[in-house]
Design a binder for this molecule. Structure first.
Ligand code: GAP
Length: 458
């Protein structure tokens, strides 16, 4: 197993990120009024907008900017034999131990990361009273029943990955999308895993969203495409503002590889709790298509007219999590600084990721400024997602926008009423320039298309 690179400690704690996400309505603990339910979260207004932007950027990279990938949206509930063929029924397990004393459950292979239920805090097994059972394998798939009668034939599973919905549609796509290897099928959707240990906010939850793409290639090209997709995916994160020093590619050791994989590298990010997986890029070989062909009796292969033979393509899979990606973008963008003796917290998000691009603010709530600002707001929001805010001092309104990462503040003041110009405030430099209000929305929309470099890189 390769070592993660040495870097300085993360600049922000997870507690600070959690507090900002709650304060500004990005993410709430789910079912909070009932005391919460372990490790599930609800996304509030800005959280939804940021998530959508993350997903849009992924679609842009997978579909918008290339011709060799098509989209799919498969069902969450699939035939139970899908999970037999994929190996999940048999092998998608974690070793689990119970403590007979405190009644808590732990992952047997992660005891040194877990906390015993007793105080002072220690690892499970470290108190004399700890009474741990032997480890047993625990399947992470959520089981449910399909139809009104609960019998053996009605068992179904909530999908633990979106990937299998792609493999079982390989034949459909080949036929209807008229693609030939190398080509990919991409999907974003919810997945579910009954994780034994959760935590670290939205990093590991039982319900989460994945962005997965299965890229089908001629077998002798698999290694080269694996390398290609590792580079592409690293580039995606850095172009969206993640600092390269906080990202690393870590190849899996042989003992870590999933049952389907002949080689996997994790893209790891320096989260506040340390280096952790952000995305996996796997070479799945022909494992999945072979398994589904065997179990279903369907031929899942490509007939190459040039070679005059059929073959089972190999698969390269970049598999990312929406929630983890979003967390990494927030963590990397988070900064606190002191401006004229006052603390400001700012999310230096890539403008395309920012939930709101521009805030239109009348300097004061009189002298016709709110009316003029509302007119301008209507123009601007026709071009880019924008907000209007006239509540509280201008400083407070700027701070609110800084905390949700709004790149541009547009202030309507006395001079606007005379010459039609406004001040345009830059979230990062805090520079203010006087610009014509006319056509401002169009100009900001154009800026969203330009390359961007995080100011944190200096
Ligand atoms: N199809 C391959 C696959 O599912 P994975 O490494 O288990 O591979 C891919 O998952 C990505 O999905 C992870 O890198 C992570 O971003 C996200 N993910 C997996 N389990 C998660 C969980 N419990 N909570 C949040 N995200 C998760």
């Amino acid at each position: 197993m390769a070592e993660a690179p040495e870097t300085t400690a993360p600049e922000v704690t997870l507690e600070e990120v959690v507090a900002l996400c709650k304060r500004r309505g990005f993410i709430f603990p789910s079912s909070e009024i009932y005391g919460g339910i372990g490790s599930t979260y609800d996304y509030g207004h800005y959280g939804v907008l940021l998530r959508n932007n993350v997903k849009n950027e992924w679609w842009r990279a997978m579909i918008g900017e290339r011709d060799d990938i098509v989209a799919i949206d498969s069902a969450i509930l699939q035939h139970p034999r899908v999970w037999e063929a994929s190996g999940h029924l048999e092998g998608f397990t974690d070793p689990l131990v119970d403590c007979r004393t405190c009644k808590l459950r732990f992952r047997a292979d992660k005891l040194e990361e877990a906390q015993c239920g007793r105080k002072p805090s220690k690892h499970p097994g470290e108190f004399a009273e700890c009474d741990l059972t032997d480890a047993r394998e625990f399947n992470l798939m959520f089981e449910t029943q399909v139809g009104p009668v609960k019998d053996q034939g009605s068992t179904a599973y909530l999908r633990p990955e979106t990937a299998q919905g792609i493999f079982i549609n390989f034949k459909n796509v080949l036929q209807f999308a008229r693609k030939k290897p190398p080509f990919g099928i991409a999907q974003i959707g919810k997945s579910f895993r009954n994780e034994i240990t959760t935590g670290n906010f939205v990093f590991r939850t039982r319900e989460f969203e994945q962005m997965e793409m299965e890229y089908f290639v001629p077998p002798d090209e698999a290694e080269q495409w694996h390398r290609y997709w590792m580079d592409e995916r690293m580039r995606w994160y850095t172009e969206l503002g993640i600092r390269p020093a906080n990202l690393t590619l870590r190849p899996h050791g042989p003992e870590e590889l999933s049952h389907y994989s002949s080689a996997t590298s994790d893209i790891e990010y320096l989260f506040p709790m340390g280096w952790s997986e952000l995305e996996g890029v796997a070479n799945r070989g022909d494992f999945d298509l072979t398994q589904h062909a065997r179990m279903s009796g369907e031929k899942l292969e490509y007939f190459d007219p040039d070679r005059g033979e059929a073959y089972i393509p190999h698969v390269i899979e970049p598999a990312a999590g929406v929630d983890r990606a979003m967390l990494s973008f927030i963590v990397d963008a988070y900064e606190t600084e002191e401006i004229e003796g006052r603390k400001r917290t700012v999310l230096r998000l890539h403008p395309r990721l920012a939930p709101v691009k521009a805030a239109v603010l009348p300097l004061v709530s009189r002298d016709g400024m709110p009316e003029r600002a509302r007119e301008l707001y209507a123009d601007v929001r026709a071009q880019v997602p924008a907000e209007y805010d006239e509540g509280g001092s201008i400083g407070k309104r700027y701070r609110r926008q800084d905390e949700i990462g709004t790149p541009w503040g547009i202030t309507v003041d006395g001079q606007t009423m005379e010459d039609g110009t406004v001040t345009l405030r830059d979230r990062d430099s805090l520079g203010q320039e006087r610009v014509p209000a006319d056509g401002l929305g169009e100009r900001l929309a154009a800026r969203l298309g330009e390359p961007w470099r995080t100011p944190k890189l200096g």
